[in-house]
Structure formats: C-alpha cells, structure tokens
Design a protein around this ligand. Structure first.
Ligand SMILES: Nc1ncnc2c1ncn2[C@@H]1O[C@H](COP(=O)(O)OP(=O)(O)OP(=O)(O)O)[C@@H](O)[C@H]1O
Length: 321
C-alpha cells in the first residue's frame, strides 16, 4: 500500500506538486497521467525518497517513509525508468544480480532467480554474458525490469518504462508485461503521458495538471463521469476508442440483443470478459459473411450477438450513464 497525504514539493519557490493525496491499494496498478511538466516524475520520486517532499506525509505499507533509512525503504520498492540505467561495464547477469549481491544471496539462489526471470521476460540466456551496449532497446528494457523484479519487491515504481521504445516494440512489451504473473501481485505506480497506455494498464488513473490532481478514478469513471472540463477535454480526442478499450461485454450485457443464429455462417465462441474493441474486431466479415459471437461462460446467460448489436448496446449504455 502506498499513500500520499497532502503532499507538496517546491522547487525554487515554485510548487512542482501541489497538495496531492491518493492511496494505492495492494495489487493495484495506479497510473500518474498528464502532460509534460505536470509533476508526475516528482510524485513518483517522492515515494522512494529520490526527492524529499516539502510538505505532507507519505506512507508505504502503513509506515511513514521518513521513519526508515532510504536504503531499507528502497529494498521493498523496485524502480524502472525510461532511460537505460544499466551499468555499462557489468554484463547483463551482473546487472540483474546487483540487488541480490547487496542482500548477500548465495550464487545458486541468484542464478536460479535470474534464469527464471529471463525466461519469463523472453530474454535469451545467451544475452546473460553480453554488455548493455550490445542490447537492443527492447532487450535493455526487459533487463531493466528483470533487475527491478529480481528481489521480488512488493512495490514497483515505473517512470515511462516503455517510453524509449518504438511503437510496435512498445505495444508488444506492454502486452507481455501485463501478462506477467510477477507483476499481477505487485502494487505498481506508473508514470506515463500516453493515454492509451494508461487505459490499457491502469486499474486506476490519476490525471494531473500543473502539480495538482484533476481526477483520480477507474478508467470508466474518467470517461463517463469526468470531474471537470479539463478531464473531459483531455480525453475528448480518443474518447470513443478508449471506451471500447475499457468496457467489456459484461458491462453492456443488459443492452446486448440476442440475435437469431440461423442467418449467420461464421461463429466465434468468446468469453463475456472481452473488451468491446476485441469483440468488434472478431465480428469483422470473413469471406463476406458476418461473424456472430456466441458469448458463453458459466457466469452469464448465453447470447448470440453481432457487431451492430455491440454498437447499439454501447449507445444504450452511454445513455444510461
Ligand atoms: N530538480 C529540480 N529542480 C528544479 N525544478 C525541477 C526539478 N525537477 C523537476 N522540476 C520542475 O518541476 C516540474 C514538474 O516536473 P516533473 O519532472 O515532475 O514533471 P513530469 O510530469 O514528470 O514531466 P515529464 O513528463 O516531462 O517528465 C517541472 O516544471 C520541472 O521543471
């Protein structure tokens, strides 16, 4: 658990972060989102005391971070940044082993953990002996993450972790990360200015502007119940796309019409837990025949639905918000 209570950071008489409060529960992925200079990185760095807050209280797992030495605090907090922060004269294996060595793990335990992690992160074992300068951007970022995860810290701070990667690598690595069971158990605070990334990864999003919090909430809350004009305007450009990314068939379930199955030649069995955008993708015509989704699992009634039906259900859902 990470909790900020009325936290302010002043640089040169100017507040970079201005009286912000939020609590991140265990296991949550909490996103700090906003344009350049709004105070996201400063907020993140105050949590592991790379920057000291000017005012306010920060609790990590219920304990005031000022009541323990920064080095001890940081053992429980992994930290991944955008830039390649690997030591250039250490091999990949040596870079990942930095924290285990500090914790005096024996060689066998360290090696077993490193091998497990590189496998999970889809890194070739052949890379363990090479130096960071020989890695691609995507490989370097996977090694950065392995280094942050190696001692299994319960909290992970990530500052634009995919920022230095090209769009395709970025999207692929993001999807891999989202599926890592290592990450699912962690409390994550992540900084991004990429709206799509925020909605794809965040269980809650904190939108900031000029050092202040404009709104904190679940992705759907920000889209359907914006707290003010700033929040509404911030998402207006990609609003529809974000809605389809965020909403699942279960969310619009009462508005989904059950179509007669006999008229359709293509069928696809899907779970009601898929997003509207995934469902729309699956209803694309194949061989000039529309595909019907047969939504079925044990938690809902079975329905047969079409792409048009999903669009209709979305507009009804929107009207009811
Ligand atoms: N060490 C520092 N000394 C003085 N001013 C600073 C310092 N660090 C940050 N600032 C200022 O604080 C404000 C917030 O910076 P911060 O890096 O937290 O923003 P950000 O939202 O993370 O931006 P970006 O997305 O560009 O990284 C900016 O105006 C920045 O210039």
């Amino acid at each position: 658990m990470v909790s900020l209570q009325q936290v302010t950071k002043v640089f040169e008489n100017r507040p970079a972060v201005n009286n912000i409060s939020f609590t991140v529960s265990a296991g949550e992925t909490f996103i700090l989102l906003g344009t350049s200079g709004c105070g996201k990185t400063t907020t993140l760095k105050m949590i592991n005391r790379l920057t000291e807050a000017t005012e306010g209280t920060i609790l990590v797992n219920g304990k005031n971070i000022l009541e323990q030495p920064a080095t001890i605090l940081r053992r429980n907090i992994g930290y991944v940044v955008q830039h390649n922060t690997l030591f250039p004269h250490y091999s990949v294996a040596e870079n990942i082993a930095v924290v285990p060595n500090l914790l005096l793990w024996d060689k066998e335990k360290t090696n077993a953990r490193i091998n497990k992690l590189i496998d999970k992160l889809h890194l070739s074992p052949n890379l363990l002996g090479v130096y960071p300068g020989q890695l691609s951007g995507g490989e370097a970022q996977r090694v950065n993450l392995a280094r942050a995860l190696v001692a299994d810290p319960p909290i992970l701070l990530m500052d634009e972790p995919f920022g230095a990667l090209d769009t395709i690598t970025r999207s692929a690595i993001r999807k891999e990360f989202a599926q890592l069971d290592e990450l699912k158990r962690k409390t994550i605070v992540m900084v991004t200015h990429d709206v799509q990334e925020a909605f794809e990864m965040g269980s809650r999003i904190c939108l900031m502007d000029k050092g202040r919090i404009m709104q904190t909430g679940k992705p759907a809350e920000l889209l359907f119940h914006p707290a003010n004009d700033f929040v509404r305007d911030f998402f207006s450009e990609s609003w529809l796309q974000l809605c389809f990314m965020v909403l699942k068939l279960t969310d619009v379930w009462p508005f989904l019409l059950n179509e007669p199955a006999s008229e359709y030649a293509n069928y696809e069995e899907v779970s009601p837990a898929i997003t509207l955008s995934k469902a729309m993708q699956l209803t694309k015509e194949k061989n000039e025949k529309k595909t019907l989704l047969v939504v079925n699992d044990n938690t809902t009634d079975k329905k047969t639905i079409t792409g048009e039906g999903i669009l209709y259900a979305f507009s009804e859902y929107q009207r009811n918000q």
